[in-house]
Design a protein around this ligand. Structure first.
Ligand SMILES: Nc1ncnc2c1ncn2[C@@H]1O[C@H](COP(=O)(O)OP(=O)(O)OP(=O)(O)O)[C@@H](O)[C@H]1O
Ligand SMILES: [Mg+2]
Length: 809
């Protein structure tokens, strides 16, 4: 019998106790190195030794053998003395022959003890005695042991990733105590080979289960300890070590994917640009942070392009780029004069502003705001200022902006987000001190998406704008060197808080004479050049042709349509040259009509035509696009139940002034020979055509009254006469606004006489030059009676007043 070497644990155990003696049987013995096969377990066993292979080849499948393990696994050809005395009777289920050796699938059948070896060649054979398995009576103590074994085993399985949960289930469903101990001992990863052998040798089931349980508990303790140590170690790995480790891993992955190089080159390029961008330290630190992030993410990921786009924005912004020469007011004055005709007052105020800038280069003053109708030169003045102070020019339109984000940008977390318009404009300007024009501040919207005006305030406020923070950039950008200029068509709709910070400069519009000069000095030279007509191919506009264009083809306070029409004529002329048609190059009024078609506007004719019926009076209105004439029509129809009907999109204030006018007319009816009883039998209709345009304000009061009296007396209003003034019930005429625009509009429309409130005479003196009034007669009145006196013609054989047949439905 071989000497058994016992482990300390084995030594502690009671000696193997054989309870029943089975008859001895002889069987071949397979020696194994590190393996213990328990009864009921199935194990694949690799065999390679010549003796084992000889055994397998003579034996074949479905045969029994004895399996014993070596005391020392390093022994290559163990003899009887090198083997444990206790082993397993096993059944060979399958033999898979391989190139070197074979694979056996064996199932443990029962424990056995070697009695004597009977042969050693070509393989070992021995007399063995099976050791029967005796299940003990279940006691509470044993049951407790069983349950705890299962519980601890389950904990170990769940804490050990490479043990399948199925094992826990299998263990839990094993009812026999002995089999349970064997099963766990076969699986438990922490059990050494001698320990497994010890379990095999423990025939006493109670002792076996106790032994396994003890080792399970130890294993669980070890496992918990290991987890604790591991998490401590991980915590100790410093952040930089971690980053280094991850970066190395990433490099390896990128290399594997073949994408490392491009990304790295891009990152390096960005890094260089970033160094050169002239950012403040704070901004640079933020950008570097993003750059480091970029170097870690795969160029294939969507996040990469988001971060790259951000960094590209950062490096292309003009953090440190300025273009300003010191302001030179003298030179600026020359340039302003070169670019724009007249506008003396405006230029004066611009130069004042620039003079302050010359003395005190920090911009702390109010923001300039050019207010006036379209095409009067607001935008082009801005460009001219930029040229005059030697700076770049940027422009954005505020018209229809609802969203604060349009000014301040969207956070980067939004898909497709971008910086706001301010930052975009600065990128286009490529300097941080451009002249920056904010067009149409009067058309700022406002809704649930936030108030763009308040964002704009922050942009314009010199106290705040040195650290303007765009949502997309999320770093401060210094706007304090930017020269902001705003423009608007009207003042009223500019948010109050914004208007407070502005210095308003009015550009009301041009007279015909001014337009003629602007046309000859600026518009015609520019258009001829743009359309490829230089001097030798020449084109000369006659004075008369330009006036014809102004009067009959445009109706505007500014000169934009005029410039467009001049452009059209230049192109027609260019075509004639290209087609080889003989031409002197002289543009006459006749040629204008030939080229542009019949005149579009005949305001003088229109005014005269429409007032040929009683009940029509011409008013003057101030509109955002300059002044305009306005026709007021009064009509009547039999009835008397409806009283007064008003149409033509009249606002509340204008409706009230119609009411007031009617009340005054009824109160003074007899004075004009109107039967007061008539109002009981007729309905009166006041209409202001030119339809869909909303109209409001009190200044049409006297025009309403004149139309009503004209209609009721059947006396026509004098042709080519227009009026403006508010009416009171007592018959006074109150002053109104927009006199300059109104007078210019009257002149454009061929009006020859204007009635206006006495108190507006000062405006005429202050705001209008005598050539702007020309040969028009201005009447200044205090009372409505005077208006009737001047406006109404004696009753003649005029066509009948506007009368509708029957009541309106
Ligand atoms: N006084 C002037 N002298 C020379 N050119 C002028 C003058 N006023 C306007 N212009 C020309 O008229 C054209 C229209 O002017 P601009 O575009 O500046 O109008 P605007 O006031 O900005 O109008 P909008 O309110 O529609 O934006 C430009 O080509 C401009 O050069
Ligand atoms: Mg403009």
């Amino acid at each position: 019998m071989p000497v058994e070497e016992k482990t300390p644990e084995q030594a502690e155990q009671e000696p193997v106790e054989v309870l029943t003696h089975e008859p001895a049987e002889e069987m071949p013995i397979l020696t194994v190195r590190d393996t213990v096969l328990f009864p009921h377990a199935l194990l694949p066993i690799n065999v390679g030794r010549p003796s084992s292979l000889a055994l397998v080849s003579t034996l074949g499948e479905n045969r029994l053998l004895g399996m014993v393990s070596q005391l020392d696994p390093r022994e290559d050809s163990p003899g009887p003395k090198d083997l444990y005395a206790v082993g397993t009777v096993a059944m060979i289920h399958k033999v898979v022959r391989m190139k070197e050796g074979a694979l056996l699938f064996c199932e443990g059948v029962s424990r056995m003890r070697i009695l004597t070896y009977t042969s050693t060649d070509p393989y070992l054979r021995a007399q063995v005695e099976r050791l029967p398995e005796l299940e003990p009576e279940p006691t509470p103590e044993l049951e407790a042991l069983r349950r705890d074994t299962i519980a601890v085993f389950q904990q170990i399985v769940s804490a050990t990733p490479n043990l399948s949960d199925d094992l826990a289930t299998a263990v839990a469903s094993t009812a026999e105590f002995g089999r349970l101990a064997d099963l766990v001992a076969g699986i438990l990863p922490g059990l050494s080979h001698p320990e497994r052998q010890a379990v095999l040798e423990l025939v006493d089931v109670r002792a076996r289960l106790a032994f396994v349980h003890k080792h399970l508990a130890r294993e669980l303790e070890l496992l918990e300890l290991r987890n604790k140590i591991q998490s401590q170690v991980q915590g100790q790995l410093s952040q930089t070590q971690r980053e280094f480790y991850l970066r190395e891993q990433l490099k390896a992955i990128q290399k594997e994917l073949g994408e490392g190089d491009d990304g790295r080159r891009e990152v390096e390029e960005l890094r260089e640009k970033l160094e050169a961008a002239g950012m403040t330290d704070e901004v640079k630190a933020e950008a570097m942070k993003e750059l480091n992030r970029l170097s870690r993410i795969s160029p294939m990921s969507p996040e990469y392009s988001v971060t790259r786009t951000y960094l590209e924005w950062m490096v292309t912004l003009p953090w440190g780029v300025t273009s300003a020469d010191p302001v030179n007011v003298q030179r600026a004055a020359e340039i302003l004069d070169q670019d724009h005709y007249n506008l003396e007052k405006v230029k004066e105020r611009i130069l004042d502003y620039l003079a302050v800038l010359q003395l005190k280069p920090i911009l702390k003053g109010p923001i300039l705001c050019f207010v006036g109708p379209p095409g009067v030169g607001k935008t082009s003045l801005g460009k001219s200022i930029a040229r005059a102070v030697g700076r770049k020019f940027a422009r954005i339109s505020m018209g229809g902006m609802h969203d604060e984000a349009e000014i301040r940008g969207h956070r980067r977390t939004y898909i497709g987000s971008l910086p706001g318009q301010i930052i975009q404009g600065l990128r286009r300007a490529a300097t941080r001190d451009p002249v920056f024009m904010l067009d149409e501040v009067d058309k700022l919207g406002r809704d649930f998406r936030g108030d763009p005006a308040s964002a704009l305030l922050e942009v314009l406020d010199p106290e705040q704008n040195s650290t303007f923070r765009d949502n997309y950039l999320d770093v401060p950008f210094d706007l304090s060197k930017v020269l902001f200029i705003t423009t608007a068509n009207v003042l009223d709709t500019i948010p109050e808080a914004l208007r407070d910070r502005m210095e308003i400069i009015d550009l009301p519009g041009y007279t015909e004479q001014e337009k003629v000069i602007i046309a000859f000095r600026y518009l015609i030279p520019r258009q001829t050049k743009e359309n490829g007509l230089d001097e030798d191919k020449g084109i000369q506009f006659s004075d008369e042709a330009v006036r014809h264009l102004i009067r009959r083809y445009t109706r505007e306070a500014g000169v934009r349509s005029l410039e467009r029409e001049i452009g059209t004529i230049c192109r027609k002329r260019a075509r004639r040259i290209a087609e080889g048609r003989p031409d002197t190059g002289e543009i006459t009024a006749g040629l204008v009509e030939e080229m542009l078609g019949a005149p579009r506007f005949r305001p003088d004719v229109e005014v005269a035509e429409r007032t040929r019926r009683p009940g029509v009076a011409v008013g003057l209105a101030w509109t955002p696009v300059g002044g305009d004439v306005l026709f007021v029509e009064a009509g009547r129809m039999p009835g008397g139940s409806k009283g007064l009907i008003m149409t033509g999109q009249l606002g509340a204030v204008m409706q009230e002034s119609v009411q007031a006018a009617l009340t005054w007319v009824r109160g003074n009816a007899t004075r004009y020979g109107i039967d007061p009883e008539i109002f009981k039998t007729i309905d009166i209709h006041v209409h202001v055509p030119a339809g869909a345009i909303p109209k409001d304000g009190p200044s049409a009061g006297i025009t309403m009254a004149a139309a009503l009296v004209s209609m009721l007396t059947e006396r026509c209003v004098r042709p080519n006469l227009a009026m403006t003034g508010e009416i009171t019930l007592a018959g006074q005429v109150l002053p109104v606004g927009g006199i300059k625009e109104k007078v210019l509009a009257a002149k454009r429309s061929g009006v020859r006489e204007v009635i206006m409130p006495f108190e507006n005479e000062v405006n005429v003196k202050e705001d209008l030059k005598s050539e702007q009034i020309g040969d028009m007669t201005l009447h200044f009145v205090k009372m409505v009676d005077e208006v009737m006196e001047i406006a109404l013609q004696p009753r003649a054989d005029a066509p009948s007043p506007i009368a509708l047949q029957g009541p309106m439905r």
